[in-house]
Design a protein around this ligand. Structure first.
Ligand SMILES: NC(=O)c1ccc[n+]([C@@H]2O[C@H](COP(=O)([O-])OP(=O)(O)OC[C@H]3O[C@@H](n4cnc5c(N)ncnc54)[C@H](OP(=O)(O)O)[C@@H]3O)[C@@H](O)[C@H]2O)c1
Length: 298
């Protein structure tokens, strides 16, 4: 049985990994932020040496895209120094590291979906810190998988699904950006992808590298919000009017890529991991939200 150590275990993907691992007979240990701060080099090395998993998954990150513009140091500490510490500790012990990264390493100017080898050019501090983290992982540990994903959502945590549900509770109109394209991705699907590739990475070290994985069916934030409101209306009785707006009408501290659609063919060809329509994951996440209404409030 494979033993997985997950950092950032209290986040969306971390929690999904803890839920999904037992279903595929993977033994998982989750370390939340308060159990292991990945920016602390010595503690990272000691803890990984003590736990001795077969593989480490780094789901820890500073993910507040706008706040990162004014908290550059914190963003780089978690997103560059942290992964560097993990990669070095794993390398010393001969252990692979699966590290999560983001579509926001791209500037969004490409016409079509981004491939793994397309040039990175992050627009904001968050993207720059994540890109620096990718480089740190590549530098320190050749047995890595960097898994770039996008627009993560689930029944819990801070995400667009929960924001839309919250706003829909008391607003009759929601104005949503309709000129940024990407792929919503259920946290659970990312967990399943990690659990599928982990044993293969152990068996076939030559599969190490960078991969893209996201939900199937590119859309805009407006399209995503529309699907959320439509699917939630029968459960909430709320159907606010949605108004599509351009990014220019909703200025944010951090600019976002206009197109961050990811080409996910490589992960399919290498590991047999297919994309699932994100709408299926949306239905499942909503069912969980409304089975457990307390979980929907921040
Ligand atoms: N969310 C998205 O839409 C999105 C999109 C593309 C890629 N990604 C990537 O996917 C991965 C998982 O994202 P997510 O949505 O699951 O993030 P999340 O829900 O924000 O969870 C991140 C977790 O990391 C923890 N953390 C932060 N700094 C830490 C540190 N120094 N040491 C240990 N733990 C720390 C956080 O704890 P605290 O809450 O206590 O800070 C939180 O529990 C990240 O690599 C992210 O960059 C996310």
């Amino acid at each position: 049985m494979i033993r997985l150590l997950v950092t950032g275990a209290g986040g969306q993907v971390g929690r999904a990994l803890l839920e999904a691992a037992p279903l595929v007979d993977v033994l998982v240990t989750g370390l939340g932020h308060s159990s292991l701060d990945i920016t602390r080099k010595d503690e990272v090395a000691e803890r990984i040496a003590a736990e001795r998993p077969d593989i480490v998954v780094n789901a820890a990150a500073y993910t507040a895209v706008d706040k990162a513009e004014s908290e550059t140091e914190a963003a780089f500490a978690a997103n560059e120094t942290g992964p560097a510490n993990l990669a070095a500790a794993c390398d010393t012990l001969g252990m692979p590291l699966i590290h999560l990264s983001t579509d926001y390493v791209f500037d969004g100017r490409a016409e079509g979906p981004y491939g793994e080898d397309d040039p990175v050019a992050p627009l904001g501090t968050y993207g720059r810190s994540k890109e620096a983290g990718e480089r740190a992982v590549r530098r320190s540990n050749s047995r890595h998988v960097i898994l770039r994903t996008a627009w993560v959502f689930g029944a819990s945590g801070h995400n667009f699904l929960r924001t839309v549900l919250r706003l829909a509770e008391d607003r009759d109109e929601l104005r949503i950006v309709d000129d940024q394209y990407g792929c919503p991705t259920p946290a659970r699907d990312i967990a399943d992808a990690v659990l599928t590739l982990a044993p293969q990475l152990l068996e076939r070290p030559e599969t190490a590298g960078t991969y893209h994985f996201c939900g199937a069916g590119p859309t805009t934030w407006f399209g995503f919000a529309d699907a959320i409101v439509e699917a939630a209306a029968p459960l909430t009785g709320r159907r606010p009017r949605l108004v599509p707006i351009p990014s220019s009408a909703y200025p944010t501290p951090a600019p976002r890529p206009a197109n961050s659609v990811l080409d996910c063919r490589k992960i399919g060809e290498t590991f047999g991991i297919g994309q699932r329509p994100w709408r299926e994951g949306l239905a499942a996440a909503l069912a969980t939200c409304f089975d457990n209404p307390a979980g929907t409030a921040h």
